[in-house]
Write a protein that binds this ligand. Structure first.
Ligand code: HEM
Length: 420
C-alpha cells in the first residue's frame, strides 16, 4: 500500500478514531484502486476502520456487510442529524465536504417522525411516476443527445451523455420541460452546485436553483400535473414552501449524480470486459446483468457520510463515542469476504447495499426509476451506435477523485459517424 497518511497518535484525543492511526480517504491513489485499500484496512482493522476525511478530520469507515446493516437498522443509535458531530470545532468554513455533510433542514437530515413524514411524501410522489412514460421520455432525451454528436464519430460521454441524460430525466420527473433555454440554465447551475470546477461559484448557482424551484412550485400550484412536484405540493402532509424547495433539491441531487455514474460505470464495464463484448452485436450479456454487476463491484455511491453516534457504543469491536461520525462504506460492504467466502463476488442477486438500507435508504421506488433511466440510456446508445468502442486503452481511464461517488473523469469513445 502506498502512503496512507497516518496521523501522529499524540494529536488525537483519547478514544477518537484518529487515535488508532486513521487512514486518509482521499487522493487519486485511493480513487484508482479503492478495493485494495478496503482489503488492507480490513486486514489491519477488521470491519470498522479509523479513517481521516479531508483536512484530517477523524471518522470511522464501516467496511463489514453485517456491521453496516446494523448501523443503518439502528437509527436511534446511529442517527442522521450531523449537528451531533463532536468535530465541528475543527472544521473550517470552506471544508469541501460541507455541502452534503453540513446540516440542512431537508429530508436527508430529518429524524424520527419528521423523517417519516418527509420521506413518506417523497415515496408517494415517486410512486406516481409512470415508468413506461419515463422510459419513453428517456429514449427521447437519449436520441436528442446522441443526435448532437453522432455525426462526428467520436464523443466524450461523461460530458455529452451520461450526466446530461440523468439530469434531464430527473427534471422531467419533477415536471420541468427537458429542453429549452430555461432548462439549459438550470442544468448548468445544478452541475456547478453539485460538482463545481475551478472558477465556478457553487453558492450563487445553488441560490439560482432554489429560485428556479420556487418558480416551478408556483407554476404547479396553478397548473398541477402528474409530476413529483405536483404530488408533493398537494400532499396532505402539508409541506411548507421551504420544506418543498429543500426536498425537491434533495431529490434532484440524490437522483442525478448516482444515476449518471451508474450509466457511466455500466458503459465502462460493457466496453472493457470481454464477457460483454459490445463490438459483436448480439454476442453480449444483457445490459441488465451489467447494471447489476456494477452495483456489486463499482457502485456509484461508494461511501455515504454518514451517521452520528447518539451515545457511546460498540461497533465491530470498536469503542464508538457519542458524536463520532460513521461513514457508510457501501462499496466495501458489497465486497465483504464474509458474504463472498469463496473470494468470488457475483452478481446473481440484488442483496447489495448500494441503495443503503434502513429508515434513510434510497426511498422505494427510486431504485426502480433509476434502473429505468440507466437501462434506457445504455440500451439506446448501443442501439444507435452499435460499433461503439473505447477511444483509449482501458487502463488509461481514470476515476474522479470523490469520496462519495465512483465515476470516471472521462469516457472517450469512437464509432462510425451516423448522418441523420
Ligand atoms: C431516480 C433516481 C433516484 C432518486 C429519485 C433518489 C432519491 C433519493 C433520496 C430522496 C434519498 C434520501 C433518503 C432519505 O434520507 O430518507 C436517497 C438516498 C440514497 N440514495 Fe438515492 N435516488 C436515486 C438514485 C440512486 C442511485 C442510482 C443510487 C446508487 C446506486 C442511490 C443511492 C442512494 C443512497 C446510498 C442513499 C443514502 C441512504 C442513506 O443515508 O442510508 N440512489 N436517494
Amino acid at each position: 500500500m502506498t502512503d496512507t497518511g497516518s496521523l501522529p497518535p499524540q494529536e488525537a484525543p483519547p478514544g477518537c478514531p484518529a487515535h488508532a492511526g486513521g487512514v486518509r480517504l482521499g487522493g487519486l491513489e485511493y480513487q484508482q484502486t479503492p478495493s485494495q485499500l478496503y482489503r488492507s484496512l480490513r486486514r489491519e482493522h477488521g470491519a470498522v476502520a479509523p479513517v481521516l476525511l479531508d483536512g484530517d478530520i477523524p471518522a470511522w469507515l464501516v467496511l463489514g456487510y453485517s456491521e453496516l446493516s446494523y448501523v443503518t437498522a439502528n437509527d436511534e443509535l446511529f442517527a442522521r442529524d450531523s449537528r451531533r458531530w463532536n468535530q465541528w470545532a475543527n472544521i473550517p468554513e470552506d471544508w469541501p465536504l460541507l455541502p452534503f455533510v453540513g446540516y440542512q433542514p431537508s429530508v436527508l437530515f430529518a429524524e424520527g417522525e419528521e423523517h417519516q413524514r418527509r420521506a413518506g411524501v417523497i415515496t408517494e410522489a415517486l410512486e406516481g411516476i409512470d415508468q413506461f412514460q419515463l422510459a419513453r421520455e428517456c429514449r427521447q432525451i437519449a436520441d436528442q443527445l446522441i443526435a448532437s454528436f453522432a455525426g462526428s464519430g467520436e464523443a466524450e460521454l461523461m460530458s455529452v451523455y451520461t450526466h446530461e441524460l440523468a439530469m434531464r430525466a430527473t427534471l422531467a420527473m419533477i415536471g420541468m420541460p427537458h429542453s429549452g433555454d430555461d432548462t439549459q440554465r438550470m442544468v448548468a447551475d445544478l452541475r456547478v452546485s453539485l460538482d463545481a470546477a475551478e472558477g465556478d461559484d457553487p453558492v450563487a448557482a445553488y441560490a439560482r436553483v432554489g429560485e428556479r424551484i420556487q418558480r416551478l412550485i408556483a407554476d404547479k400550484r396553478e397548473r398541477p400535473g402528474s409530476d413529483i412536484t405536483s404530488v408533493m405540493l398537494h400532499h396532505p402532509a402539508g409541506l411548507s414552501e421551504e420544506e418543498l424547495v429543500q426536498d425537491l433539491i434533495t431529490v434532484i441531487a440524490a437522483a442525478q449524480q448516482p444515476t449518471a455514474n451508474w450509466i457511466c460505470n455500466t458503459l465502462r464495464l460493457l466496453l472493457t470486459d470481454e464477457r460483454f463484448a459490445v463490438s459483436v452485436s448480439g454476442g453480449r450479456l444483457s445490459v441488465g446483468e451489467a447494471l447489476n454487476e456494477v452495483l456489486w463491484l463499482d457502485t456509484p455511491t461508494q461511501n455515504f457520510i454518514g451517521r452520528w453516534a447518539v451515545r457511546d457504543t460498540q461497533l465491530g469491536g470498536r469503542r464508538i463515542q457519542a458524536g463520532d461520525c460513521v461513514v457508510l462504506g457501501l462499496a466495501a460492504a458489497n465486497t465483504d469476504p464474509q458474504i463472498w467466502p469463496e473470494g468470488h463476488v457475483g452478481a446473481e442477486n440484488a442483496a447489495h447495499l448500494s441503495f443503503s438500507s434502513g429508515e434513510h435508504r434510497c426511498p422505494f421506488p427510486a431504485p426502480q426509476l433509476a434502473d429505468v433511466v440507466a437501462r434506457t440510456a445504455v440500451e439506446t446508445l448501443l442501439e444507435r451506435l452499435p460499433d461503439l468502442v473505447l477511444a483509449v486503452a482501458p487502463e488509461e481511464l481514470t476515476w474522479r477523485p470523490s469520496i462519495w461517488m465512483r465515476g470516471l473523469a472521462s469516457l472517450p469513445v469512437e464509432f462510425t459517424p451516423v448522418v441523420h
